[in-house]
Design a protein around this ligand. Structure first.
Ligand code: ZN
Length: 384
């Protein structure tokens, strides 16, 4: 009898333990899944590291809703290499509750919190004016307090005197540009010609501007994409549902603040936005080559149908349009290569060849308004 009771207790204990384990698994599983999938990952390109940067963000130190440590934690979860907390210098709606006469505090709090973490914090601020010139971020600054200057051009001069990289924020923002069309004013032309403005947001939060891309290309401005996050990135960009925050991919000599600044000034960037890669051919070309790799290729027994593997080493879901002379057996002219995986393509080459060249238009990449870059994949065929 005693043994039976003991057995019963053991069984009950086991089932409680199992339940507990199950509960722990259920609670932890989404976290584990998230930490595996939400990190933004793109391969390096020849000669450069590909760094994920989100250089326009807000906290309670201007009109954001969170303390700076949350920005640091979000960035680490997303696999971001560098962030800048660019508080509005002139717009401080929380200052009655959170007085902070020193405009460097947001940076200092984030820097302190991140000191034992693998994240680069770049000191920045948002020069917030009516149009023109609108809003601009000055990053790599030394003292945000010194940017409190009435004359906007003088504020840009001060930022530049501190060694800043300055970029124009959301030039297509309907609140400042009711038609949503980014366009230079005389003041912008002056800022560019004097070397005081170096980049432009082509992507801001959940918006994109073809016209800003054209302005970047016509005026040698760096192409930028930023989250401009005020709330939580998980909510705004539906990260639990598979979304991602917009970022700037920066091609830097090394993973340091100085190298990021050098790369930004040299315009080596691509914006990553809603599964699209936006940049100049000179940066997009090498990135696409690093993302899409060819695998093994062989002919199906007794046929001239080639089986070839395409690998995707990136987070982009590639959408490719076939522009080569061959047709496919399993696909139409549009193929998709999911992130971090590979697909098998069956190509009807009509005769057995030693190598095959495939050309694709990359529909989720943009080199100028309406233009998608082409990629060539060359397969050497296994003759065994
Ligand atoms: Zn902003």
């Amino acid at each position: 009898m005693l043994l039976a009771i003991q057995k019963a207790i053991e069984v009950r204990l086991k089932s409680i333990l199992m339940k507990k384990c199950l509960i722990i698994l259920v609670v932890l599983a989404p976290q584990v899944l998230l930490s595996q999938t939400r990190k933004i990952t793109f391969p390096d390109v020849p000669g450069y590291h590909t760094l994920v940067c989100d250089l326009h963000q807000h906290t309670v130190f201007s009109d954001g809703s969170v303390w700076p440590d949350i920005r640091v934690r979000e960035a680490i979860l997303d696999g971001v290499d560098a962030i800048s907390l660019t508080e509005h210098i002139e717009y401080q709606p929380h200052k009655a509750d959170i007085p902070h006469p020193d405009r460097n505090r947001s940076f200092e709090v984030a820097k302190e919190y991140a000191k034992d973490k693998d994240l680069i914090i770049i000191h920045g601020a948002e020069i917030t004016r009516s149009m023109p010139p609108g809003h601009a971020n000055a990053i790599f600054i030394k003292d945000a307090n010194k940017l409190i200057i009435d004359d906007p051009i003088a504020a840009y001069r001060e930022a530049n005197a501190q060694g800043a990289f300055v970029f124009w924020n959301h030039p297509h923002w309907p609140r400042q540009k009711p038609d949503g069309i980014a366009a230079l004013t005389e003041m912008h032309k002056t800022l560019i010609s004097e070397g005081l403005l170096h980049g432009i947001e082509v992507v801001n939060e959940n918006t994109y501007s073809d016209e800003a891309l054209t302005l970047a290309q016509e005026n040698n401005l760096t192409i930028m994409g930023t989250s401009d996050i005020h709330g939580l990135v998980d909510w705004l960009f539906d990260i639990p549902g598979g979304g991602h925050r917009p970022v700037t991919l920066v091609f830097a000599n090394e993973r340091t603040e100085d190298a990021i600044k050098e790369a930004l000034k040299a315009r080596r960037t691509v914006a990553w936005f809603k599964n699209n890669l936006i940049g100049n051919e000179s940066e997009l070309g090498p990135l696409l080559k690093s993302c899409l790799e060819i695998g093994e290729a062989h002919y199906l027994d007794e046929t001239s149908v080639l089986v070839a593997e395409i690998k995707n080493n990136s987070d982009a879901r590639f959408v490719l349009r076939n522009s080569s002379k061959y047709t496919f057996h399993l696909n139409t002219d549009i193929i998709e290569v999911p992130p971090q995986s590979s697909i098998e393509l069956r190509i009807k080459t009509k005769e057995k060849l030693a190598s095959v060249e495939l050309n694709f238009e990359v529909l989720n990449a943009i080199t100028s308004p309406g233009n998608h870059p082409e990629i060539i994949l060359e397969f050497e065929i296994n003759q065994d």
